[in-house]
Design a protein around this ligand. Structure first.
Ligand code: TYD
Length: 139
């Protein structure tokens, strides 16, 4: 599962149902999302200049959406990097298993929604970049 590269991680455009009273963006397992969600979490109240992430995941697959504000997601597969700026609530970056990710450059009041394929499991994390690189390049 770790043979994916950053080039396998693509932006997904989600539906936007618009009317005068505002918009709705639905996300449905295996319909407009290529995996099933087992956990949802969101990052908010992020102090200016902070960054999050800075870890790899072995099995976890996710969709990250800027439901409010904007931020940058940097993906790294040990060989290549890809930077994606998210700033619309109807676009998400689909992160395949085995990626290293950093999330930075949060705008004031940004909310980062993460739809994750797995329940929280610390053993799925690789928190040291050199360890990640060794694992990725050997798997
Ligand atoms: P972490 O995933 O390292 O945060 P980030 O990648 O956004 O910087 O998690 C930070 C802390 O929160 C860590 O102690 C684990 C805990 N946590 C949970 O308990 N459940 C979760 O679903 C997540 C994402 C984190």
């Amino acid at each position: 599962m770790s043979s994916f590269t950053v080039f396998d991680c693509n932006l997904i455009q989600l539906p936007k149902i618009h009317n005068r009273a505002g918009n709705i963006t639905p996300v449905e397992n295996l319909i407009n999302l290529p995996f099933s969600v087992h956990r949802v979490y969101y990052l908010y109240d992020i102090p200016g200049g902070e960054s999050r992430g800075a870890h790899g995941h072995i099995k976890l697959e996710s969709l990250i959406v800027a439901v409010s504000g904007s931020f940058d997601v940097t993906l790294d597969d040990g060989r290549n990097k890809k930077l994606i700026t998210l700033n619309r609530p109807y676009f998400g970056i689909h992160i395949k298993p085995g990626m290293w990710r950093d999330i930075s450059n949060f705008s004031s009041g940004a909310i980062c929604l993460v739809l994750a394929s797995e329940l929280y499991d610390e053993s799925d994390y690789i928190r040291d970049y050199d360890d990640y690189k060794k694992w990725k390049l050997n798997s």
